[in-house]
Each structure stands twice: as structure tokens, then as C-alpha cells.
Design a protein around this ligand. Structure first.
Ligand code: ASP
Length: 329
């Protein structure tokens, strides 16, 4: 009898994904909130909601998403997490802006390098250059004819300074040497609404937000921002911007999970373990990959590697931002 009981107990320990970690985390009946620093319905929100669903299973707790949009690069949401109680119940899902903040935002209210605990990277996502459905152009070559005929009148939507869409739009303008008027939103979900409505002309955005709109012919697609084409049913025939003539144009967005500085090491370990299991969840992988995102399978899922990667991104983007001469206060 005793033996049988012991067998079941040890089997339960093996099956319980997070056995052996901080016993009091998550705190019973307390929700884990993933802060998204952009509007609901956009790509950062998308990855956070998919992740929340997967982590509900792996953490065994209620995991919800809260949108705290505003400020350059989602500064408001990021600052909220930097100041949060370090108990593991307030976490941040954020993107490449973590690598751009230090060079782009003057008087940053936190230090990217030291005011967060790095809990692991989530995914890499290509971007697409898309346009309003009313544009006469149907491919990149025709787009450039339209751009050259409309210089000085073109609007480019983005999610505000230091956002992924801003970075991509800035690089594209530099690559074609044409200045456009940028129109900032609190995320690319509201920007997408205006693009579909024809209030703005163009936008760069993650494939996780654009795939469905491209498939539904709600927007026009002009290229992907990666070195290679994206192998999804909707995007596989869309040329890269580089092959279309915007030479050496390459930008990939990544998302990571962060907590406030001071999160106890055992809680960090438990969250990282739950993240790693979530990244192996077939539902999560299917949802992300169907929209062109690649779920991280390499060492960047380890907190130290995540931190080193963000540091390398800061080093990579600092000269680009400085050369572009842009900044935010
Ligand atoms: N894709 C947005 C950006 O350009 C953010 C978002 O709405 O998720 O940074």
C-alpha cells in the first residue's frame, strides 16, 4: 500500500512541471498580470495573450494581460513594471524597444540593464511593409512609383517613437531617401484601423498583426523585412524588401519577459521554467508560427542569455539611432 502511494507521489512530482521551485509562488488565488505596453489587439498584445494562455497551464495560476499603453516605445507600461512589487505577480512582455530605449529616450525613468530581472526571450517576429487598400500600387515597384510621385504628402503610421513600427519606418525612409510624415498611435492595433480606413497611407508592422489583414485583403502588402521570405501560407510569396530594391534592409522584432528588479531568485527560476514549458506548448507554437513568428528555441530563453542579447541589441541600435538624430523626452 505504502509503496503504491509513494509511487503515485513521485509520479506526481515528475509530472508537475514546476515541482521543486518556490513553494509560495504563485501566491494562492492571486493573479499573475502580464503588462503589455501597447494597445489591445496589436502584436505585442497578441504574443502576451497567447503566452498568458500557455502559462496558465504551466504556472497553474490565473494569468491575465493588462494594457498600459503610452509614452515612447511603451515607456509607461515598462516603467509600471520597473516600479512594481517584485513578487512575480506583475511582469512585462516587451519587444525590441528595450534595446532602443537607452539611445532614444532622454531622461529614461529606469535603467534597462539594471532595473529589470530578465526572465527569458519569447519569440522573433518579422515585419511587413503594408499600405491602405486605396493605394494604386500592388507591389513594391509600383509603390515606389507612387512614393516618388507623392513626396511630401505621404503619411506613415506607427506606435510612437521608439516603437518597432517607428524603427522599421525610419530605416525604410533612410534606405529610400524619402521623408514621410509619421503619425503616432498607442499601438499598431489602432493604427491598423486607420490604415484600413485609408486615414494613413503606410505602416510597418509585425506579421502577427498583419497576416490576417493581408489575407483578408484589408491592406496591401509590399514586402517582408527579413533576409529571407516567410514560409507561411499567407506570406510565402511576398518578396523581401531587400530583393525588391531596398538594399540591406533587415529588421526582426523580438519579445521577452521581464520582472521588476529584486524578484527573488527562486521566483525568477519558477517563472523561467514556466516560460520554457509554455514555449514548448504545441498550441502556442502553432498560433505563433501560423502568423510568421518564430518561438525561441535557443539559449536566449535563459535569463543570462536574454540579458546579453538585449545588451547586444542596445549596442547594435545605438549608432543607428544616433545617426538618425531622433530622440524622445
Ligand atoms: N507593433 C507595435 C510597435 O510598432 C506595438 C504594438 O502595438 O504591439 O511597436
Amino acid at each position: 500500500m505504502k509503496n503504491t502511494w509513494m509511487k503515485w507521489a513521485s509520479l506526481a512530482l515528475v509530472l508537475s512541471p514546476l515541482a521543486g521551485f518556490a513553494a509560495d509562488y504563485p501566491i494562492k488565488d492571486k493573479t499573475v498580470t502580464l503588462i503589455v505596453p501597447f494597445a489591445a489587439g496589436g502584436p505585442t498584445d497578441r504574443v502576451a495573450r497567447d503566452l498568458a494562455e500557455a502559462m496558465r497551464k504551466t504556472l497553474g495560476a490565473s494569468v491575465v494581460v493588462e494594457n498600459a499603453a503610452g509614452g515612447p516605445g511603451g515607456l509607461i507600461g515598462a516603467a509600471k513594471v520597473a516600479k512594481a512589487n517584485p513578487d512575480g505577480h506583475t511582469l512585462l512582455v516587451h519587444h525590441i524597444a528595450m534595446g532602443i530605449f537607452p539611445s532614444l529616450v532622454r531622461n529614461l525613468p529606469f535603467k534597462v540593464e539594471t532595473d529589470f530581472e530578465y526572465l527569458g526571450m519569447i519569440n522573433d517576429v518579422p515585419m511587413t511593409l503594408i499600405g491602405k487598400p486605396q493605394l494604386p500600387a500592388n507591389n513594391y515597384k509600383e509603390l515606389m512609383v507612387w512614393v516618388n510621385a507623392n513626396k511630401g504628402k505621404i503619411n506613415l503610421a506607427n506606435a510612437g517613437l521608439a516603437s518597432a513600427s517607428h524603427l522599421c519606418g525610419m530605416l525604410w525612409q533612410a534606405s529610400i531617401q524619402v521623408d514621410m510624415t509619421t503619425v503616432p498611435y498607442k499601438g499598431t492595433a489602432p493604427a491598423m484601423t486607420d490604415l484600413i480606413g485609408g486615414q494613413v497611407d503606410l505602416m510597418c508592422d509585425q506579421t502577427t498583426n498583419t497576416t490576417t489583414q493581408i489575407e483578408g485583403k484589408k491592406v496591401k502588402a509590399f514586402g517582408v523585412t527579413t533576409a529571407k521570405r516567410i514560409n507561411t501560407p499567407v506570406l510565402k510569396d511576398l518578396p523581401t524588401l531587400d530583393e525588391s530594391g531596398a538594399k540591406n534592409f533587415q529588421v526582426t522584432i523580438w519579445h521577452g519577459l521581464y520582472g521588476p528588479k529584486g524578484l527573488p531568485a527562486d521566483v525568477q527560476a519558477k517563472i523561467n521554467a514556466a516560460l520554457k514549458l509554455a514555449l514548448k506548448d504545441p498550441d502556442f507554437i502553432k498560433k505563433q508560427e501560423g502568423l510568421g513568428a518564430l518561438v525561441v528555441t535557443d539559449k536566449r530563453v535563459e535569463p543570462a542569455e536574454h540579458k546579453a542579447y538585449v545588451a547586444s541589441e542596445i549596442a547594435k541600435w545605438t549608432p543607428v539611432i544616433k545617426a538618425a538624430g531622433v530622440y524622445a523626452d
